[in-house]
Every structure is written in structure tokens, then in C-alpha cells.
Design a protein around this ligand. Structure first.
Ligand SMILES: [Zn+2]
Length: 213
């Protein structure tokens, strides 16, 4: 009996020290998905006024923890090695295993949406959502992650929610998912026409050709 108690305690301590848990929101730390170190971290001030929603397109949807970890690793490899960026571009990934994966996190400048990288949280909902919607449980994790960001002062309470396609020429986050996020709290049809942030890394992410991610 004591051993069972000990095992359960260890489990909960593990959950609370490695990747904290807020109600049933699980945020997976970089160590847990065995992220490579970033080449460089640019601090980003909080709270940020924007949340930008993406899909991964490739890799496709993941269901198991193992597959979602592999998806995060493959995106990081692609962004660091092929695109030449400092790290995986997104602030967070959300998998079909219903866990949120820490990418650049709450307080580092991202590489996911030109002109918005230094004032937004970019969330990649892993999968191709052109025709299909993500499962409801996966979308619920995105909403909980945003709520948690607001509660902890990382995202402004009056934040503006955008799909990636609203800020550059891309199909991201997929037609089906884009129609869905239009119904979410804080979505705005027209991003304000304000100052442009030009950084070399962001320019890499702002090519003229149309994109799907
Ligand atoms: Zn995108």
C-alpha cells in the first residue's frame, strides 16, 4: 500500500516539476521533447497583444506522445537546418495527444509571422487542417493554453487572435481550421495597420511566394 502511495506521489511530483500542469493543461518542456538548444534567444516583452494560429501541414496529425514528440523534433530540424532559423519557429506546438509543447515559449521572439514575431505568441496546431478540423480536444488545448497565457500575464487580456493567412500570403492554418477560428473569442477580421518589424530572421519567413505553412 505504501509503495503504491509512493509511486503515485512520484508521478504527481514528476508532472509538476517537469512540464507544469494547470488544471488538465499539460505543457511539455523542451527537455521532455528533447529539443536541440536554440542558436540564439531574443527576449520578447510580455504581455503580447497578438496570438497567431498555424497548422503544421507537414508533419501531419499526431495522436501518440511519441509521434507528437517526433513532429516537434522534425519541425525544429527543418527550421534550424533548412530555413536557417535560430530555433523551431513557433512559440508552442499543440499535438493530437492533447499536450502543448514548448517551442520558443512565452518570452522569446519567434519566426512564424513576419511583422508580428516580436509581439505575438505563435501556436502551431500539428496536422493538416485544409479539409478536416482538428479534433475538439486538440482545439480545447489551444484555448486553454491561450487562457493560461492571459492568466499569467504573458498575453494581454484584450489580445487579438489571427490566422497566419491574415498576415502573409499563405494557406495556413488551412481552410477548415481558419473558418473555425473565426468563431473563437478575440478573433479580428482585419489586423490593425501598424508598425513593421524588420529583422533578418523574419525576412527569411516573408518570401513573396505563396506558402501553405
Ligand atoms: Zn503558419
Amino acid at each position: 500500500m505504501f509503495n503504491i502511495f509512493l509511486a503515485l506521489s512520484t508521478y504527481f511530483i514528476f508532472r509538476h516539476t517537469k512540464g507544469y500542469s494547470v488544471s488538465d493543461l499539460v505543457i511539455v518542456s523542451r527537455e521532455e521533447w528533447q529539443a536541440r538548444p536554440p542558436k540564439l534567444v531574443e527576449p520578447m516583452p510580455n504581455p503580447v497583444p497578438y496570438v497567431i494560429i498555424h497548422h503544421s501541414y507537414i508533419p501531419g496529425a499526431c495522436v501518440t506522445q511519441e509521434a507528437c514528440v517526433q513532429a516537434m523534433q522534425s519541425m525544429q530540424r527543418y527550421h534550424q537546418d533548412e530555413r536557417g532559423w535560430n530555433d523551431i519557429g513557433y512559440s508552442f506546438g499543440v499535438g493530437g495527444d492533447n499536450r502543448a509543447y514548448t517551442g520558443r515559449g512565452w518570452s522569446a521572439v519567434g519566426a512564424h509571422a513576419p511583422n508580428y514575431n516580436n509581439r505575438s505568441i505563435g501556436i502551431c496546431v500539428i496536422g493538416d487542417w485544409t479539409v478536416q478540423l482538428p479534433p475538439q480536444s486538440q482545439m480545447d488545448v489551444v484555448k486553454k493554453l491561450i487562457d493560461y497565457g492571459v492568466q499569467t500575464g504573458k498575453i494581454a487580456p484584450n489580445y487579438m487572435l489571427l490566422g497566419h493567412r491574415q498576415v502573409r500570403d499563405t494557406e495556413c492554418p488551412g481552410n477548415a481550421f481558419y473558418e473555425e477560428i473565426k468563431k473563437w473569442p478575440h478573433w479580428i477580421p482585419n489586423p490593425p495597420n501598424d508598425s513593421v518589424d524588420q529583422r533578418p530572421e523574419q525576412n527569411l519567413n516573408s518570401g513573396a511566394s505563396a506558402s501553405i505553412i
